[in-house]
Design a protein around this ligand. Sequence first.
Ligand SMILES: [Zn+2]
Length: 149
Amino acid sequence: MVSLAPGVDVEGYCSRCKMDLMHVVVAMVGTRPRRVRCRTCGSEHFYHPPQRLKTAARPALRPARRARRQPAPVGLVLEPDPAVSRSYCPDGDFREGEVLHHFKFGYGVVERRLSDGKIEVRFTSGPRLLVMNQIAAPEPAGQPSGADA
Ligand SMILES: [Zn+2]
């Protein structure tokens, strides 16, 4: 182990140069350098340990090792691709995994076919049950105007 003393070079982080550089120890506290002078910019400042020690201590990940494929977190929408989406309408027929666009909820992915007439769709705002294969029912006529009692 190198014994540190004032006048000895020590590698440290220079707060002015913003990098690890050789410094000259100016003052010691116990066995640790307290104040150092940067050999590069000449500024005197408190001793900071070299920054690379923090990152170099971590073993580098082998690039060959593939990152594990994370399954899509539950509750998160698969990125719906607008290019393959179909507009939702109640009389349509939608398969699981199909991307649809709802006039109100936006893009969503059909998660499950609950029955031939009902699908669960995951929108960014959350899951919704939608009907499908519905024969478009005629719009109910306007409310009968109430008698002015
Ligand atoms: Zn410096």
